[in-house]
Design a protein around this ligand. Sequence first.
Ligand code: GLC
Length: 435
Amino acid sequence: MGTWKRHIQELKKEFHVTEAAHMAALFQRTMVDGLAGKKTSLKMLPSFLSVPTGRETGKYLALDFGGTNIRVMQVELLGNGEISILGQRSSPLRHPQGLYDYSAAGSTATELFDFIADLIHDLVDPGDTYALGHTFSFPIQQTDANNAVLLCWTKEIRTQGVEGKNVTQILSSALERKGLTNVVPQAVINDTVGCLLTAAYQYPGADIGSICGTGHNTAYFESNGPMIINLEAGNYDLISGTGYDERLDCMSERPGTQKLEKMISGRYLGEIARLILHDLADKGLFREHAAVQRMLATAACIGAEDLACMLNDTSPDLSGIADLLRIKLHLAETLREERIAIKEIAHMLVIRSACLAAATYCGILQHIDPDLRRTHVIAVDGSLFEKMPGYAATIRIALEQGLGDKAGRVRTVLSKSGSGIGAAIAAAVVGKSGD
Ligand code: GLC
């Protein structure tokens, strides 16, 4: 057998999710422990919000802060499960040419939230009053629907002065500095909660909301509350990774945290691919192995969008991958068999990510409806689920394997922008419009 083939086979074995059923059962038990207040890696954070009726109406501002982009939308809820986006502004958190980076350790809470207030300022009319919902996609400990303290940054964000602080107060101060006293924060939510709120507004039976994007996390409706609970599933750690996962963790901003997220989410998938390819270059597998080693020495030089691009290349000689490697990594000379191997690695990482996410969904379903007596909708938002070739289909297949003949009772839907729109619904639920 060729050397490449042998290495790829070994990697595939290492990255294969073998015990999905066991993982689902353990995940479910950990949820129960977390709900009982035991110290577990699932934070089980209360949202102080229930699901909407679908009859909520009115115009709201929705602020979506997820760690990559900041988006402000003016959303109208039409009261029959219909939603209309009237206007929006968005901006990346990091300037593409490096003029600013509000996610870096050198930036402060004031700078970040003044930037957010500027975006809001551009969208609102000074003569109108606005109720604002805020999607803040990080672990937040809430005391009510409109007050939340950031427990810790995730997704490698390092902005100073936000951890341990009430994010609604920080936002309100920034709005005040900008003279935006006509914008009134009403609710603050996690993005998974937003995703679930939007789906529940549109589809009866939606009770799980999840993000498979830059980060990974899930929320569900807990009937013993009753309220939506944010699991902070990305921090789940009763799972064993490969040596590459361990290396990635050691090199990350916060080693030992967000173990599942580091195996699933888009922020890290490209980085695992880089570590694997670098290792294979160290073993001398690439013809130009020294050049590959040099090019892959820089952290984060491969992103999830590159993996998507590789998987989209179905040309016989993988010329798309050749172009990507030439343009992005300056690797002019790659062999076809090397490109085939690279594509297989991308595929293997994407499959593992989707299978792990699906195993956690099975665990949540076991908790809320062990015999699947009812129908369920799992609403997912995020770039992996929306854009990564084969991702949504693999989640579906894994759910069918995990749930058996009752899998038909569980639908998975893309909730595009649901995480941000959900902030408007949260503001409406808090204001009790349409009840
Ligand atoms: C990270 C955050 C979590 C968020 C997820 C998806 O896991 O900790 O709060 O929901 O990313 O954006």
